[in-house]
Write a protein that binds this ligand. Structure first.
Ligand code: ADP
Ligand code: MG
Ligand code: ZN
Length: 506
């Protein structure tokens, strides 16, 4: 196993001048059910190793599986949301192979009878265009256990002294969603791959079937890619890059494989059909195991489980539970909030849609909700490698704080820069906006006498500016407002100061 870890690549543009990429994505999603696919063991993440196991998910002789109804329900809802047809009758199949993290020596999956098939998902791209991804099938299966290789430097099996297996994950319900080969993507292939996974993630989240956390492995993507010479319609040999676990990595892995395969083909070589590993740190893929289409898993129908035969009424009842599709929801909210395309895109990319919706629902203006959730707190979340909703939850600020802050401004107690200072205090855990404003003594000068006196002093000290304003140059008032602010230590109402200055110099 001493294959080179870096291989020659052609620059992306050069590769695309000669070859058309063909892309196929397989996405595995762990369902958020209470219990496992075929037994009553808890399906929650992060338990003590091998504490969530039983004879069924350990594959002990004689143990009999029973299908998790909730998982079937989720599978059908996912299929419907992808515009798939739902099988009126289908079976599970045994996929036979040995691996230490798979105690039964077969994975219970579906083979030629998937629960859902023949759908599509429309994906919006940066340039505003839409690419339709055809869905081959979505099928039910179970996850395997998790191996840890100990004693080596890398955590990989190579160089390890021993390995540990945790079977808590064995038997967790999975849905595998497989696309048809995507053609015609050209230079957009990396972007389409990323956008597809992002769109699918949003859809699954809206369905409430999974927490779809790529970094925790509850959503994983295998990237299949091949090249064909420009003008050809015969697919080339594909590679399958396994377990790519972030949106950015999906995009990078596609880009890298295009360059790598093009370099081989351009030099007259052939692509080996194999699985590959993605390396986040170096941004390359390396060879895994060779895999032919004829790999024989001796699939056969699972004899211990009854077929799944959802009635048409049941399927229609589930169709009625589908949420508004995320893209339609975004368009509706954008119109409702009056955001520009750019503003909406920033809000979506920062995962702020739900939070803003709740904040507006609690009484804030759409502009205010966007402003407070995308300023200082977004910077902090970014620094912490987190996102705003997670950070906000951890410091205990939510829609109510934004509503309160905004009302302090509209009620005339705070001006904008004071509100910013108050928000910083709130984010630092100093209390609610009112508590912070009180503690810091922040309060616009309400006493009109004090404001007037400051205006008079400033006019007297700046006779030339005052003359300009008398001569009709109202924009010169800005300089005087700044001075009034200074006099009153930032606690003046700028609009009131301006009005007063103009009135006095009319
Ligand atoms: P496997 O069992 O090898 O994982 P699947 O049928 O589950 O096979 O998934 C194969 C994926 O690869 C699908 O998304 C399919 O569209 C895609 N695919 C098949 N042939 C090619 C090819 N020549 N180039 C790129 N992608 C391909
Ligand atoms: Mg597959
Ligand atoms: Zn179990």
């Amino acid at each position: 196993m001493s294959r080179p870890t870096t291989e020659a690549t052609l620059p992306f543009e050069v590769a695309l001048a000669s070859y058309d990429p063909v892309l196929g994505l397989e996405v595995h999603v762990e369902l958020g059910t209470q219990t496992k696919m075929f037994c009553g063991c808890a399906a929650v993440f992060g338990g003590e190793p091998n504490a969530q196991v039983c004879p069924v998910c350990l594959g002990l002789p004689g143990a009999l599986p029973v299908v998790n109804e909730k998982a079937v329900e989720s599978a059908i809802r996912i299929g419907l949301a992808l515009d798939c047809r739902i099988a009126s009758w289908c079976r599970f199949a045994r996929k036979n192979y040995f691996y230490p993290d798979m105690p039964k020596n077969f994975q219970t999956s579906q083979y030629d009878e998937p629960i859902a098939f023949g759908g599509h998902l429309d994906v919006e791209l940066e340039d505003g265009s839409t690419y339709r991804v055809e869905i081959e099938r979505a099928h039910m299966e179970e996850d395997t256990g998790k191996s840890s290789h100990v004693g080596g430097a890398t955590g990989r099996i190579h160089g390890a002294t021993h390995s540990l297996v945790d079977y808590n994950r064995a038997g967790i319900p999975l849905i595998e969603i497989v696309t048809k080969p995507m053609t015609g993507a050209g230079e957009r292939a990396p972007e389409i791959a990323r956008a597809y996974v992002a769109t699918l993630r949003d859809l699954l989240k809206a369905l409430g079937v999974s927490d779809v956390k790529m970094e925790q492995g509850s959503m994983r993507c295998d990237v299949n890619l091949s090249l064909m010479p420009k003008g050809s319609t015969t697919f080339g040999t594909r590679t399958e890059t396994k377990n790519v676990n972030s949106l950015r990595s999906v995009e990078r892995a596609v880009r890298y494989e295009i360059g790598r395969q093009a370099a081989i083909l351009a030099a007259g070589g052939t692509i080996i059909q194999e699985t590959r590993h993605w390396h986040e740190d170096t941004g390359v893929t390396t060879s895994g195991r060779e895999k032919s289409d004829a790999d024989d898993y001796r699939y056969f129908p699972e004899p211990d489980l009854v077929p799944v035969a959802p009635s048409a009424e049941y399927v229609e009842a589930l169709r009625a539970t589908l949420p508004e599709p995320p893209a339609a929801r975004r368009r509706r909210l954008q119109a409702q909030w009056g955001y520009s395309d750019l503003e909406m895109r920033d809000v979506v990319n920062a995962a702020l849609v739900d939070l803003i919706e709740q904040t507006v629902g609690a009484g804030a203006s759409a502009a205010g909700a966007r402003k407070w959730w995308s300023g200082e707190i977004a910077r902090r979340a970014n620094d912490a490698g987190s996102d705003v909703p997670t950070l906000a939850a951890s410091i205990g600020v939510g829609p109510a704080e934004v509503v309160e802050l905004e009302s302090l401004v509209t009620g005339g107690r705070l001006n904008d820069s004071m509100a910013r200072a108050v928000w910083e205090g709130v984010l630092a855990g100093e209390g609610t906006p009112t508590v912070v404003a009180d503690a810091r003594g922040l309060q616009l000068v309400q006493d009109s006498g004090a404001l007037e006196a400051a205006v008079d002093r400033v006019i007297e000290a700046n006779p030339e500016v005052a003359q300009k304003i008398r001569d009709g140059k109202a924009q010169a008032a800005g300089a005087l407002i700044g001075q009034v602010m200074k006099e009153l230590k930032g606690q003046a109402d700028a609009a009131a100061a301006r009005e007063l200055i103009l009135a006095k110099l009319a």
